[in-house]
Design a protein around this ligand. Structure first.
Ligand code: FBP
Length: 332
């Protein structure tokens, strides 16, 4: 029997570390390392596995379509929106590490009534208008440390924190494969979900966003209501023979640009003078990841992570992607 050096054997393709092991191995990076943030990331990962299962069989069970209700932004709530919100809220409640939850699906924050030290902002299912047409969708999350003493009532200082105060952020992409990508301020790592093992495995270590790119993502259908500077930038992209790619699902468009280089823009428009996307649970997390991967995130005028939030559901214009491309868009 030929001795095979197990660790070098190519017969059994080596797979990456599990998310659990990676979190454990990298826990000491984190200044408040006491296992709570690690447990919180695990709770979010667990809920995402349940949501992934529901999303994957959406066509087979009565979970497609609208619930007939609207969220506080007036968007029609998809059944899966509400389901995902329930799954993440339950997982965070049971986990006990989060004391408050800000969600796109809830008007005010949810007080989770526990001794948790963290505040979560989440878009449980982003791009939900794509669910029924089987296009990739995502979950976006931001994690902050509470500022008021544990055990005391939650205060605005706990809830309305700048993006630069995030201690962790990430997204789950429910696409051709399901991936969880996150940062705790020490680089960005991506994990691919292996459903038959029920585990996330490290597949994209230390992700870096190319400094420049040739892909631009913007809803050209809104061009008539773009400002002159946005029209100029779109024309510049065309003159440069860049490729236009717009899935209309933020997490999917962001993820592609993170891997290949590119820029995603949801600008201010006549209809949405502050843009469409929400600062607290869509933009801050992706801005943190973009910066940690060497990219940039701006409103066109200021760094997204420096914005002092005024309310839970405020919208901001969003320019995110390769550093040189965002800088060019800002210049114009
Ligand atoms: P939801 O959070 O309500 O899904 O809205 C966000 C979003 O769907 C993003 O995922 C996407 O990039 C954008 O809105 C698409 O908006 P539009 O259809 O106006 O281009």
């Amino acid at each position: 029997m030929q001795n095979i050096r197990v660790e070098e054997s190519r017969i059994a393709q080596p797979i990456g570390a599990t998310l659990d092991r990676f979190i454990k191995n990298n826990q000491d990076h984190f200044q408040y390392a006491s296992g709570e943030l690690s447990q919180l990331l695990r709770d979010i990962a667990l809920a995402s596995k349940v949501v992934n299962r529901e999303v994957n069989k959406a066509g087979l069970i009565d979970i497609m379509g609208s619930l007939g209700s609207q969220n506080m932004a007036g968007d029609s709530q998809q059944k899966l929106d509400v389901l995902a919100n329930i799954r993440f809220t339950r997982a965070l409640m049971k986990g006990g590490e989060a004391c408050a939850l800000i969600s796109e699906e809830a008007e005010s924050y949810v007080d989770l009534n526990n001794e948790g030290r963290y505040v979560i902002a989440i878009d449980p299912l982003d791009g939900s208008s794509n669910i029924d047409v089987n296009v990739s969708i995502g979950t976006i999350f931001s994690i902050y440390r509470r500022k008021s003493p544990v055990g005391k009532p939650i205060q605005d200082i706990d809830i309305l924190q700048k993006g630069s105060e995030q201690v962790a952020a990430g997204y789950i992409l429910y696409g051709s494969s399901t991936m969880l990508v996150y940062t705790t301020g020490f680089g960005v790592n991506g994990f691919t979900y292996e459903p038959s093992l029920g585990e996330y495995f490290l597949s994209h270590p230390n992700m870096r966003m190319p400094e420049d790119g040739k892909i631009y993502s913007i809803n050209a259908g809104l061009a008539n209501s773009f400002s002159e500077s946005v029209k100029q930038y779109v024309q510049y992209c065309k003159d440069q023979k860049y490729t236009a790619r717009y899935i209309g699902s933020l997490v999917a468009d962001f993820h592609r640009n993170l891997l290949k280089g590119g820029i995603y823009i949801y600008p201010a428009t006549a209809k949405d003078p502050n843009g469409k996307l929400r600062l607290m649970y869509e933009c801050n997390a992706l801005a943190f990841i973009a910066e940690q991967a060497g990219g940039k995130a701006s409103t066109g005028h200021e760094r997204v992570l420096d914005i002092e939030p005024r309310n839970l559901h405020e919208r901001v214009p969003f320019y995110v992607g390769s550093k040189k491309m965002v800088e060019k868009a800002e210049q114009l």
